[in-house]
Each structure stands twice: as structure tokens, then as C-alpha cells.
Design a protein around this ligand. Structure first.
Ligand code: M6R
Length: 527
């Protein structure tokens, strides 16, 4: 969940550092640093850090952190330097304590990363690939690494279970955890596979054990990686939902449709993607069973088919669950925005989400795209009707939530909206907001309701009459009820856009950054 960027070439190091760090900042943003022969790192936001950086030498490696081991502090920020080795890391090393005990170093940080630098320094051989070959198998856990060794002009790298890509330019090369970190400079890239390691030079890249590799070319719209005139990525991405409807519905789903119509399928997903799984279930009535990815290993029986939904295709919980299902013999269909992701590589069938790059940590247009996939699956491609519904969601006036207790309620498919509404709201505002199926209130939660309660009630056509009864029940307890009203036609799509705007608006009003909610990151690559 950290962001990595490394560069070797003739461009101005400061320019690449500034662009690259900003581009990967969404992956983690509690501290930041770089190594270019000098070790510079601090806690805080990338913008504040960059104001103090005057020049950067090349090659350099840099990092934005989402803390796992050790508090947010300058010592724990990356890069870590031990002896001749400086490195940045995304992932977690489970056996770092045991490894530390065996090594004769004084530790400067509480991180699991520092021990990797120490191991590489301890076993440092002239041929550093041999050092990597020796050290990497000692690490139990996950890693994407970019490494600089004093006196060596290369940037070395290694990858296991968290994403790492090479950007291949003319007379320059990059290593990064995301394409967007180098897209303005080159659209040719290589997605590294688990267990791979190697190095980049200005005119050369070497991946041990893989020869004659042809880089892939990114053909998507790079403009998506910039905010343009919008104050936040999230708001920009909310508005892009009007445009993505045709491109998402243009995806051919005929092959997987037949599987959904005839097979029993476990759906594995996390967060917002999990809500999309329930939407699919309610909308289609297919024989599918949504599971939270991190819980699936405890619940799985003998699945014949699993369907994994993941915007990033890199969510570790989803990937691990899929791997375990595969071990049990399951076939895998995946729906992802990144067809070259780790998840896609594990799948028998990959359906591209086709939503375009999403930078804001909150999933917005990719959630809508996941909902549209469900419509596509049942042959519903009413582009005009869906766009009108999205427009209604964009234009509807918002209401204000002011109470200390906030609930999102709905029945049937409206409960999916309630779950997503509550997640978006708490994720962005840090105010507790809970979702319940409206009919479930009287089985316990109703005792929470009083005049200090705001309720957002989704009243789409499914289950509306009974939902209205439930709404009166909470009103009678003094709660301040806000009805989400839209025309029935694609009510859920209008309400989706509305609930995203509601969360964004309150976050901004309360001084929170919707693009970078605290403690979170866009793709969750640690368990
Ligand atoms: O990339 P994924 O779809 O696998 O991500 C799953 C969740 O981490 C993600 O949807 C998360 O819940 C969002 N930040 C919610 O806005």
C-alpha cells in the first residue's frame, strides 16, 4: 500500500520525483522520502515535503508510505539505508524480528523493511544479482523493492505478491508501483511477476530468468491521471460517470454470461467491490454467493467457480482467496480495471471493467462500472436511460447531515446503496456511519435511534412499501430522516452518484481531503 518510484536516465531528477511521487501518493501518504546518494525523508504530505526539495540526482528511488510496522515517524519513513544499501519497500515481512536477531546491526527504525536492507548489505557480493538470489528466499512475506547500492549505477528491483512495473523509455527506465508514475514519459511497460528480480540501467533492463521480453504498450487515456479543472480527483471521477456508460457496456460479456446463467458461483471481493457483488446478486437473481474476500478462506467449501471483483486487481485479500479457491480446483472469472493485474493473471476469464484510471482513494466510477457490468450480464444495455439516471444523480440537490449518529437504510437492492453510502461517508468524513437492512432495525439497532440521529433512506422501487413503514418507525423515534428520491428508472444508478457526492461534499465541508482519507490507500496490498 505504499508507492514506489525509481528513475534512471537524463531527465531532471526533481521533475520526475515531483511527478512520480504525486502520482503514487494515493497508495500511501503518511510519510515520504527519496535516496539519490543522499537520504532525505520525513513525515507528512508529499506537497509539503516537495516544497523543501531543491534538486535530485539521478538515479534515485523514492517512496510514499502507508505505515504497517512502526508508527508514522521520520525514522520509519522510507528509504531505509543500511551500510551500502538504500531501498524502498511495499509489502510486509512476517519474519523480520527473527531475521533481525541474527544480524549484527544497530536498528534505526521499527520497520520490517530495514532488515531487508541489512540482509542485502550483509550478503553484498560484487554480482548483486547473486546477493538478491541468496537473500530474497529468506524473506517470508510480500515485497516490491527498489534498491540502490552505493557505487553501483543501477537500480535493482524485486517483486513478490505486491505490484511492481518497469517503465521502458528511450535512454531512460523507471521502476514503479503503478503505471501512472511514468505515463507522461513512456507508455511502454513490463508488469513484473512474482519472484522476479533484476535491474535497470539507462539503456537496459534485465529480469533474471526472463529473456526477450517485449514491453506492453498502454493505450488508455493518460488525461485520466490528471485532475484538470476539478478540485479533487474524486469529484472529477464522479462526473466522468456520465461518459463511461457506453464504454463499460461495450464490453462483450456473452462468454461469461452463459457461465453465470448455468453455474453456482462464489463471488469474492472487498470494500466497495463487495457491495457490487451484492448488487449483482439482487439485480440478476443468479445463483451467486457474495463473500468478503478476507473471510472467504474460512467459509469456502468446494467451489467450482469463483468470480473475483477488484478494481485494482491487486487487493491481497482477494488474490489470496482466489489462489486458495484455485487450489481447491475452482475456475476463476475476474472483473477488473487492470487486465494486466495479478488477479487477471490468475484468472481463467478476465472481464475488463473499462472504467479508465481512477486515482481518488474512494471508488466511484469503478463502482458504477461494476453495477453496469451486472446490467450488461442480463442483457440490459439501455445507454440513454442509464446516462439520464447518472445525470439525475449529478444534478440532484444534496441535504446536510449534522447529527452525531448517522445511519444509511434500505430494503432489497436499496440495502446495497445503504452499505455503499455508509462506507463512502465514513471513509471520507471519519464520522461513524452504519448501514442496516431497513427491516432489520427492530431486531436491535432501533434502540440507537433518537433526535441525535440522521437517517439516509434509500427508497427505490424494490421493497418500497415496506421500507416506508420502516422509515416511519425511525421517524417516530425522533430521527431526522432524509429520503433519497429519484425516478424509478435506474433509481440505483442515480442514488449511487448521489451518495458519492454526499460523502464528497461533507468531507470537503468538514475540512477532510476526499482524495486521501487518513489511514487508507487506493490498493490494499497488505493483509
Ligand atoms: O481494488 P479493489 O476493488 O479490490 O479494492 C477493494 C477495496 O479496497 C475498495 O473498494 C475500498 O473499499 C474503496 N476505498 C472504497 O471506496
Amino acid at each position: 500500500m505504499c508507492g514506489i518510484i525509481g528513475y534512471i536516465g537524463d531527465r531532471d531528477g526533481l521533475e520526475i520525483l515531483k511527478y512520480g511521487l504525486k502520482a503514487v501518493e494515493y497508495r500511501g501518504y503518511d510519510s515520504v522520502g527519496y535516496y539519490d546518494g543522499r537520504l532525505v525523508k520525513d513525515v507528512g504530505k508529499v506537497d509539503d515535503f516537495l516544497k523543501k526539495v531543491k534538486d535530485v540526482k539521478v538515479p534515485f528511488i523514492a517512496h510514499t508510505r502507508w505505515a504497517t510496522h512502526g508508527k508514522v515517524s521520520a525514522e520509519n519513513a522510507h528509504p531505509h539505508k543500511v551500510g551500502k544499501i538504500a531501498l524502498v519497500h511495499n509489502g510486509t515481512i512476517e519474519n523480520y524480528k527473527a531475521l533481525k536477531e541474527k544480524l549484527p546491526y544497530e536498528w534505526k527504525s521499527e520497520t520490517d523493511t530495514e532488515v531487508i536492507a541489512a540482509l542485502l548489505d550483509y550478503y553484498n557480493e560484487e554480482d548483486f544479482l547473486k546477493t538478491l538470489e541468496k537473500v530474497l528466499p529468506m524473506l517470508k512475506g510480500t515485497y516490491a523493492l527498489a534498491i540502490i547500492r552505493e557505487g553501483d549505477p543501477r537500480i535493482y528491483f524485486a517483486k513478490k505478491d505486491t505490484p511492481l512495473l518497469l517503465g521502458i523509455g528511450e535512454g531512460e527506465n523507471f521502476v514503479a508501483s503503478d503505471l501512472v508514475a511514468f505515463l507522461p514519459y513512456t507508455n511502454r511497460y513490463i508488469r513484473l511477476e512474482d519472484g522476479e528480480y533484476g535491474y535497470i540501467e539507462r539503456d537496459k533492463y534485465v529480469i533474471k530468468g526472463r529473456e526477450n521480453i517485449r514491453p506492453q504498450t498502454f493505450e488508455g487515456d493518460i488525461k485520466a491521471a490528471f485532475k484538470g479543472e476539478f478540485p479533487t480527483f474524486m469529484l472529477k471521477e464522479i462526473h466522468e460517470q456520465l461518459d463511461i456508460v457506453p464504454q463499460v457496456l461495450s464490453v462483450d460479456v456473452s462468454e461469461v454470461r452463459e457461465i453465470f446463467q448455468t453455474q453456482e458461483i462464489d463471488i469474492i471481493a472487498a470494500g466497495t467491490s463487495y457491495h457490487a457483488a451484492w448488487y449483482l446478486r439482487y439485480l440478476t437473481g443468479f445463483n451467486v454467493h457474495p463473500y468478503v474476500a478476507s473471510e472467504y478462506p474460512y467459509l469456502m467449501r468446494e467451489p467450482k467457480w469463483v468470480f473475483a471483483i477488484s478494481q485494482s486487481g491487486e487487493t491481497i485479500d482477494t488474490i489470496k482467496a482466489v489462489k486458495q479457491a484455485k487450489q481447491k480446483g475452482a475456475k476463476v472469472i475476474s472483473l477488473t480495471n487492470y487486465v494486466s493485474s495479478t488477479l487477471a493473471a490468475l484468472s481463467d476469464y478476465v472481464v475488463p471493467l473499462n472504467a479508465g484510471i481512477e486515482i481518488g482513494v474512494a471508488a466511484t466510477k469503478t463502482f458504477l462500472a461494476q453495477l453496469l457490468f451486472a446490467h450488461n450480464l442480463i442483457g440490459d444495455k439501455d445507454i440513454k436511460g442509464m446516462k439520464e439516471a447518472v445525470r439525475r444523480g449529478l444534478e440532484a440537490p444534496l441535504f446536510e447531515l449534522t447529527k452525531p449518529k448517522i445511519f444509511f437504510l434500505g430494503r432489497g437492492i436499496n440495502y446495497v446503496l445503504a452499505m455503499e453510502g455508509a462506507l463512502k461517508f465514513k471513509e471520507l468524513t471519519y464520522v461513524p456511519a452504519e448501514a442496516f437492512p431497513a427491516g432489520e432495525m427492530k431486531h436491535g439497532p432501533l434502540s440507537l435511534f433518537d433526535k441525535d440521529t440522521d437517517v439516509v433512506f434509500f427508497l427505490g422501487p424494490q421493497g418500497r412499501e415496506l421500507a416506508k413503514v420502516n422509515m416511519e418507525e425511525v421517524r417516530a423515534r425522533g430521527a431526522n430522516v432524509h429520503e433519497v428520491i429519484f425516478p424509478d428508472k435506474y433509481y440505483e444508478l442515480s442514488a449511487t452518484v448521489f451518495l458519492q457526492r454526499l460523502a464528497h461534499e461533507h468531507a470537503v465541508r468538514w475540512g477532510k481531503d476526499p482524495d486521501k482519507p487518513r489511514h487508507l490507500a487506493k490498493s490494499v496490498t497488505v493483509e
